[in-house]
Design a protein around this ligand. Structure first.
Ligand code: Z5A
Length: 216
């Protein structure tokens, strides 16, 4: 698909994805690479509109399959309009959440078929998979304590019960075990600088390696 590199960050709420995305983007930029920073759902006008629908408490009770389709629709639009063109330009795309979030949240969280959810996203994204996915693993109770300290209102998925977030964490573990070559699993209870060092140790060599195509 590309000459660029596609790096995603995954994990439960409050695991530190946004924090690490910013630190990684800075270190990659400092090395002279052109970085495109993205998040899902979102990244296009239609994607941001879908983000509002899926995360807003106004959508309370949204059907699980409708929710899965909306995340996949936002992803399809994002890949087609933003990610694929950036990778074709040779940019480094660093993104907060991607299709593994759908498998974990809509598959395990909402108890839909994980294989179908993955296939739906791959269809929407025409097969685009990251070169590297960083899984920031953190006990949901500890993550919740971080978010409580932030004192920001919870979105519709963050407001789900503890068992929902435990299923999500287990699903991320399963995904990482199934594709060990794509995933880097990091203990997210460490200080931010230690986590960032682990990410850089894996990412920087990947950037200078030969330009293998991203699947898709
Ligand atoms: N979702 C889905 O269901 N299906 C999908 O396909 C996709 C998404 C793509 C998107 O929310 C929601 O959509 C998400 C999954 C669902 N909902 N949930 N749950 P989002 O992207 O807006 O929010 P989030 O992913 O849940 O992220 P977050 O809550 O903003 O957390 P974070 O980005 O992982 O963490 P952070 O903002 O970097 O840090 C949180 C706090 O912890 C903050 O005060 C930091 O200063 C602190 N922090 C960060 N790192 C550390 C360390 N290492 N030690 C101590 N404190 C730290």
């Amino acid at each position: 698909m590309s000459r660029g590199r596609f790096i995603t960050l995954e994990g439960g709420e409050g695991a530190g994805k946004s924090t690490q995305e910013a630190m990684l983007a800075q270190s990659v930029t400092d090395r002279g690479y052109r970085v495109v920073r993205k998040r899902e759902p979102g990244g296009t006008p239609a994607g941001e509109a879908i983000r509002h629908v899926v995360l807003s408490p106004e959508s309370d009770g949204l059907d699980a399959r409708a929710e899965a389709l909306l995340f996949a629709a936002a992803r399809g639009e994002h890949v087609a309009r933003v990610i694929r063109p950036a990778l074709e330009r040779g940019d480094v795309v660093i993104q907060d959440r991607y299709l593994d979030s759908s498998v974990a949240y809509q598959g395990a969280g909402r108890v839909l078929d994980a294989g179908e959810i993955r296939a739906l996203s791959l269809w929407a994204a025409e097969g685009a998979l990251p070169d590297l996915t960083v899984l920031l693993d953190l006990d949901p109770a500890r993550a919740r304590a971080r978010l409580d300290a932030d004192d920001k209102p919870f979105d519709r998925l963050e407001a789900e019960r503890e068992d929902f977030h435990s299923r999500v964490r287990d699903a991320f573990w399963t995904l990482a075990a199934d594709e060990p070559e794509r995933f880097l699993v990091v203990d997210a209870s460490q200080p931010p600088a230690s986590i960032s060092a682990a990410l850089q140790a894996r990412v920087i060599p990947l950037l200078s390696a030969g330009s293998d195509d991203v699947e898709g």
